[in-house]
Design a protein around this ligand. Structure first.
Ligand code: XMP
Length: 177
């Protein structure tokens, strides 16, 4: 990955994640919180967020995948939970890497509401509002970006780049490599 492709450095991401954690901690004011993380893209974000969020937390993991190709969601989202998804009666914060069309978060929120959560909010590291296909507004967002494809810090392209500690633009010519 070329240096010129870096959109958000590791330091900038860490700083922003700490700010988000401060906001979340203030809003929930010591209430027990259930974090539902959407794998796999959120794994690094979740790790850094948990480092700053402190106590009174339980964590549930789910995997969501949309049918369709890499850049166009078909609108149908498959949700798989790891073990029981214990959200009934709880205040839930859904953590995901990015809100793109919004379809994944919309499906996850609706599933959690159906399972009887007391409240559901969403937290994404990145937001691409120009791509939205459903009226979804994340409650907490790290950075807003345009209609670009990004990788790193948990986000992958065909399984690559997930390990990068920063977020970089993936240009069309680099997709072919
Ligand atoms: P939506 O909001 O469209 O997002 O349901 C579904 C998932 O698409 C992935 N996504 C990306 N992955 N770079 C990536 O590596 C991107 O720029 C990008 N945009 C969307 C992501 O996994 C998200 O959860």
């Amino acid at each position: 990955m070329k240096e010129g492709n870096v959109l958000f450095s590791e330091e900038r991401i860490k700083r922003r994640v700490r700010e988000l954690a401060v906001e979340i901690t203030r809003d929930y004011a010591g209430k027990p919180l259930t974090v539902v993380a959407v794998l796999k893209g959120s794994v690094r974000f979740l790790h850094d967020l948990l480092d700053c969020l402190g106590e009174h937390l339980t964590v549930e993991l789910i995997e969501a995948s949309s049918y369709g190709d890499r850049t166009n969601s078909s609108g149908s989202v498959l949700i798989r939970s790891y073990g029981q998804l214990r959200v009934s009666g709880r205040d839930v914060l859904v953590v995901d890497d990015i809100a793109d069309t919004g379809l994944t978060l919309q499906s996850v929120v609706s599933e959690i509401e159906t399972r009887g959560a007391r409240s559901v909010r969403t937290c994404v590291l990145l937001d691409k509002p120009s791509r939205r296909r459903v009226p979804l507004e994340p409650d907490y967002r790290g950075f807003t970006i345009g209609d670009v494809f990004v990788v790193g810090y948990g986000l992958d392209y065909a399984g690559r780049f997930r390990d990068l500690p920063y977020i970089a633009l993936l240009r069309p010519t680099e997709k072919a490599r």
